[in-house]
Design a protein around this ligand. Structure first.
Ligand code: SF4
Length: 372
């Protein structure tokens, strides 16, 4: 990549030495927020080990300033692996005939919530493919029932692209948060990962509609998808700065053996951790998960992600018998444990990395101020 001519004047000196104070971290955060696309791309591509260490230290200081060493838990319920979409990277895409499809009933989902609540979870995340058998009115009734039973818990949905009216209905039913990764903000790259009927334009308008409906919005992207460049990742950072989501989930691309991208190389751990530190610096108050995908890529991936700036974990609350069938990518971890085992394992991992589990709802620190 050609070095931008003006960059030598703007590379923060902090990236050439350890970052040891909150003031230095804040100053670095402000400087990075002024970086343009070529500058961000250059940093992503060319960051030296010293620069990566400085970014990690600064990210840690900011996370600690806003959230202490707390790690928030989100109990994930993968309630249907039926999907009408055909994303080229996804193991449960509609064109994969090898998937054993399942769909939980409302009673099964409520039972997952009951177990999760007893284990201390105060956020439930209901995630599925885009399953036509769970249209918004049916989901809204379920949301209302979960909120009635567990008023102290936050409820997050991650069920894909819906209409603006559907989003409003789900928000009015009591859902607090909605996760919809944009996956990549580069239109050409998006088109290389999705069939023609799935467009970046549609994905971005859904995200804006979710904001307008009053959700805490989560977006995010994959790191290391085939054909992705540092410039694509720079565009992701700039798009997120425009959207200002409350949550940002990123994970390395990991191929799934039944997809068109089965032969592609996985994303790299080092680049994923660098992106996490950059996200913490650009979005100091965001909630950033240490994703299962990063834990799949490396045995200590989630601990390293916490050290790079993440502050959320999403343990699986789905019934054990279905977990292996929600195989978005190969070798996904945590598919064999009971919910209680997952909880105990995560507690150990979090504490060994020097953090503590927080069992509150885990809203963004400034949520009341910015409520729509
Ligand atoms: S990534 Fe989501 S929308 Fe795409 S095929 Fe998989 S489950 Fe469906």
């Amino acid at each position: 990549m050609r070095r931008p001519e003006t960059l030598s004047l703007q590379v923060p000196a902090a990236l050439r030495q350890p970052v040891t104070s909150l003031e230095e971290a804040e100053s670095l955060s402000q400087q990075l927020r002024r970086f343009n696309r070529p500058q961000l791309a250059w940093l992503i591509e060319q960051a030296t080990p010293e620069a990566e260490a400085a970014l990690r230290q600064a990210a840690g200081l900011l996370r600690e300033h806003y959230y202490g060493r707390k790690v928030y838990l989100r109990g994930l319920i993968e309630f249907s692996n039926v999907c009408q979409n055909d994303c080229f990277y996804c193991g449960i895409r509609r064109s994969n005939p090898s998937v054993r499809r399942y769909r939980l009933s409302e009673a099964q989902i409520l039972d997952c919530c009951r177990q999760g609540y007893a284990l201390g979870y105060r956020t439930f995340v209901l995630q599925s493919g885009e399953d036509p058998a769970y249209p918004a009115p049916r989901l809204a009734r379920l949301v209302t029932e979960i909120r009635r039973r567990y008023p102290a818990a936050a409820l997050t949905l991650s069920v894909g692209e819906l209409s603006a009216a559907d989003y409003r209905l789900l928000r009015q039913a009591g859902a607090d948060r909605y996760l919809l990764r944009h996956e990549t903000a580069d239109a050409g790259h998006y088109a290389s990962l999705h069939p023609a009927d799935q467009t970046l334009q549609r994905r971005l308008s859904c995200l804006r509609e979710l904001r307008a409906a009053g959700f805490q919005v989560g977006s995010g992207f994959m790191v290391g998808t085939p054909g992705q460049t540092a410039d694509c990742l720079a565009q992701d950072l700039l798009f997120l700065q425009e959207l200002q989501p409350q949550m940002i989930g990123i994970g390395p691309f990991i191929p799934q053996h039944d997809t068109p991208l089965s032969q592609a190389e996985p994303g790299r751990l080092r680049q994923t951790l660098l992106m996490l530190s950059l996200l913490r610096l650009l979005f100091p108050k965001a909630l950033l998960p240490a994703t299962t995908a990063v834990g799949t890529l490396h045995p200590l991936g989630r601990e390293l992600a916490l050290s790079a700036g993440a502050n959320v974990l999403m343990p699986n609350l789905s019934p054990q018998e279905y977990r292996k069938d929600y195989a978005l990518y190969d070798n996904k971890i945590c598919t064999g444990d009971e919910a209680a085992e997952c909880r105990a394992c995560l507690q150990k991992r979090v504490e060994s990395a020097g953090f503590t589990i927080d069992t509150s709802r885990g809203d963004p620190v400034d949520w009341e101020e910015t409520k729509l």
